[in-house]
Ligand binder design. Sequence first.
Ligand code: HEC
Ligand code: HEC
Length: 347
Amino acid sequence: MKLRTKPLVSIAALLILLAFLVVPGIFMGWNFYPAAWHAFIVGPRSRPLRDAQFERTPQRRERGKYLAEGVLACFRCHSDRDWNLPGAPPARGKEGAGHIFTEDGRPWLVAPNITSDSETGAGRWTDDMIARAIREGVGHDGRMLHPLMWYGAFHDLSDEDVASVVVFLRSVPPVRNSLPQTRIPLNRRLQYADLQLPITSPVPAPDLSTPQKRGEYLAGLADCVGCHTSWYHPQAPVFAKLFAGGNLLEGPNGFTIVSPNITPDPSGISYYDEHLFVEMMRSGKVKARPLHPIMPWFWYGKMTGKDLQDVFAYLRDQQPIKHSVDNAEPPTLCKLCQEKHGGGDRN
Ligand code: HEC
Ligand code: HEC
C-alpha cells in the first residue's frame, strides 16, 4: 500500500504546484507573468535608491513650481479640494497635505502628504525617494504605488524636470496631516505589476524643436490621452482611438461624466482655434459653457500661453475621429463608445 500511494501523492503535489504556477499566467496573460511573480515574491520592480541630492537652485524651484502647479497638477490629488469654487482648487492651506479618496463613504485610496512636514509628510524622504515615486511608481518605503498616482504619465519627465519638481516640493510649507496608507489588494498588485518602470540611465530633455514636439511632451505629462480616450470597451468602435473621448470618469460623490472628443474632427474640436483653446484653459469655459472641474483646467490654465499653444498644435496633428459627446445634453446610449452621454443617440 505504502509503496503505491507515495508516487500518487508526489504526482498530485506536482500537479498542484504546476497549476499554481500556470493558472495565474492563463488568467493574467503571459506578458504580466514575470512581473506578477516578482511583485508577489519580492515586491514591485524597482532599482536601488541613489544617495545624491539635487542642488537647490532658484531656477529649479521656479521651474518645479511651474510644472507641479501647472501641467503635472500634483495638488489635484494630493490636497483636499474646494468643490464650490470654479475648477475645484486645493483647499487653502492644504496644498500638498494629502487626500483620502472614498467610495460609498469608505476610504480606498490615499494620496499621501507630500509637504515638507517631517512627521507626517515627505520631510524625511530623500530626493531620490521622491523622484523614484514620481517617475517609477515605487513609494519611499519600497511599496508598489497605485497607478492612480500618475507615474505612467510622469515616466517621461526629464532628469532636470524631475529634479526641479523635487526641489520645489521641498519648499512647500509643511502641513501636519497624518493619513493612513493605501492598501492595494493582492489581485490588483499582481495586475499592476508591470506598470512600474525603473529608470536606470539618464533621461535627457526630449526633442523640443517644434511646437508639436513640445506639445507632445506637455500633453504626455498631463495625460490628456488617458482621460480623453475610451479604454474599457474593447468592442466599441472608438475603443483606443486616441483623443476621441468616450471614457467614463468618476468625480466626487458618485458624479460621472464622459470625456469629449478632442480630435480635429467636426464632431470633436475642429471649431477651436488657438485663442479659444487658451481661453478655455484659463477660464474653464468654452465661450458661455462651463466645463466640469474633472477637466483639470484650473491647473493647465496656469501654463504659459506659449506652452498651451504648443499643446494645441500637437492636438491639431492628431487623426480626426467621428464621435460627438455633448455633456450639455441629457445622456443617451452611444453605440460608438458604449457609454451613456449627451448626444450619444446621434452617433
Ligand atoms: C491623479 C492623482 C495624482 C496625481 C496627479 C499625483 N499623485 Fe502622487 N500619489 C497619488 C496617490 C493616490 C498616491 C499613493 C498611491 C499608493 O499609496 O499606492 C501617490 C503617491 C505619491 C508619492 C509617494 C509617497 C510615498 O509614500 O512614498 C509621491 C512622492 C507623490 N505621489 C508625489 C507626487 C507629485 C510630485 C506629483 C506631481 C508631479 C503627484 N504625486 C501627482 C495620486 C496622485
Ligand atoms: C482627469 C481627466 C482629464 C484630463 C487629464 C484632461 N481632460 Fe480635458 N476634459 C475632461 C472632461 C471630463 C471634459 C468635459 C467637461 C465637461 O463637459 O463639462 C474635458 C473637456 C475638455 C475640452 C473641452 C471640449 C469641448 O467640449 O469643447 C478640451 C478642449 C479638453 N478637455 C482638452 C484637454 C487637454 C488638451 C488635456 C491635457 C492637457 C486634457 N483635456 C486633460 C477630462 C480630462
